[in-house]
Design a protein around this ligand. Structure first.
Ligand SMILES: CC(=O)N[C@H]1[C@@H](OP(=O)(O)OP(=O)(O)OC[C@H]2O[C@@H](n3ccc(=O)[nH]c3=O)[C@H](O)[C@@H]2O)O[C@H](CO)[C@@H](O)[C@@H]1O
Length: 357
């Protein structure tokens, strides 16, 4: 009988990306693959495009750090989701569960533990997120992207595997990228990426400084769902809500990046040697994981950082200028870092296969 694996994780693209890179590998090896995600999250849209993967949508709720009426009904939804996950795992009997984190993953990991199934977690931020911290007692192994994350895990549970960057991101074609944006060759291209969910404040600052920026750059602006501003559309400024198959070609024409500091995105830019100005999600809106990711990259000389609390049009233009001035020094550090390849994907696969035994 073929082996079975359940992937879980969701809520934002960052919690799905790695699963998307791993799934084809298991399908090619003849494993049966199921994905447990939420009924309406981004993971459903991304995973349902794949052939050969069974998608199980479960009810989900969120632990919020602020008041919302949903705080009263969400515990019921989480209990329902936990029951749905438990039932599925008991019936389907997978050999192993791989969890990428995000709020949907906690009941799945708990259900796996009740069914005595092995669980492998993955943490791509420098410090473990809440979902992974809750899942930790029920997991057999944890793979991590940043070496320093091991300090936050029980001894022996964690393995540093490094970042997994989708191969297709390295295969972009410049001519296609320029054609997609209708850009003229020659002018440097600035890519602005507000994380998989967009970034409202960053969008405002880009738009407020657009005339100034366009004097020097062509701009690709990934601004998030329903955040396009058609009135600003003009030659040299191309807006996207979210990109999928276009991303490699857009990266191929990119000279400088302005981005949130989600761990997947910043490791992708590092691998592709893009000097980057990181604007981590504010401490008011998050647990501060992006700030730690960004500071770690800054200490290694891979990027410049501008905190959202200090973000305004003047500070942004100044930070961008200083990034442009330092770009060759940054590129040098980036080249040296990626000169030491580590096959992260193969390591994660080996850890999952071992757990499945
Ligand atoms: C608001 C929030 O909770 N953010 C978290 C989320 O970010 P987020 O989901 O933004 O995560 P990442 O930056 O890690 O990953 C985004 C992924 O989406 C891809 N992408 C993005 C835009 C686009 O148009 N197309 C596309 O394919 C990127 O290439 C990347 O692979 O997960 C990260 C990893 O746990 C955390 O560090 C972030 O703090």
């Amino acid at each position: 009988m073929s082996k079975r694996i359940v992937f879980t994780g969701g809520g934002s693209a960052g919690h799905v990306t790695l699963n998307l890179a791993l799934i084809p590998h298991f399908l090619q090896r003849g494993w049966e693959v199921a994905y447990i995600g939420s009924t309406e999250g981004i993971e459903r849209e991304l995973v349902e495009k794949l052939d050969g993967v069974r998608y199980i949508g479960i009810a989900t709720g969120k632990l919020r750090r602020y008041f919302a009426w949903k705080n009263f009904t969400d515990p019921l939804r989480v209990s329902k989701g936990a029951w749905q996950a438990y039932r599925f795992l008991a019936d389907w009997k997978p050999n192993v569960i791989f969890s990428k984190g995000g709020f949907v993953s906690v009941p799945v990991v708990f259900g796996a533990w009740l069914n005595r199934l092995p669980v492998v977690l993955h943490e791509s931020d420098l410090t473990p997120g809440l979902a992974n911290r809750l899942s930790l007692p029920f997991a057999d192994k944890v793979c991590v992207t940043f070496p320093d994350t091991l300090k936050h895990l029980p001894a022996g549970k964690g393995t540093h595997v490094g970042a997994i960057v989708r191969e297709e991101l390295k295969k972009g074609r410049k001519e296609q990228g320029l054609a997609l944006c209708d850009f003229s060759p020659g002018k440097p291209v600035l890519l602005v990426m507000g994380g998989s969910l967009g970034a409202k404040r960053l969008n405002e600052v880009i738009r407020g400084t657009l005339d100034e920026l366009l004097k020097q750059y062509s701009i690709v602006h990934i601004c998030g769902k329903n955040q396009r501003d058609e009135s600003l559309q003009r030659k040299g400024y191309k807006q996207f809500e979210y990109v999928q198959e276009e991303l490699p070609d857009l990266l191929a024409i990119t000279d400088l990046v302005v981005s949130r500091a989600g761990s997947n995105a910043i490791y992708e830019f590092l691998e592709l040697q893009k000097p980057m100005l990181l604007v981590p999600l504010s401490l008011a809106a998050s647990r501060g994981d992006q700030l730690l990711n960004a500071r770690s990259f800054e200490q290694q000389g891979f990027c410049a950082v501008l905190q959202e609390e200090a973000l305004n049009e003047a500070s942004f233009l100044q930070a961008l200028k200083s990034l442009a001035d330092k770009r060759s020094a940054i590129a040098e550090k980036q080249r040296a870092a990626i000169g030491k390849p580590k096959d992260a994907l193969a390591q994660v696969v080996a850890i999952i296969e071992e757990a499945a035994h």
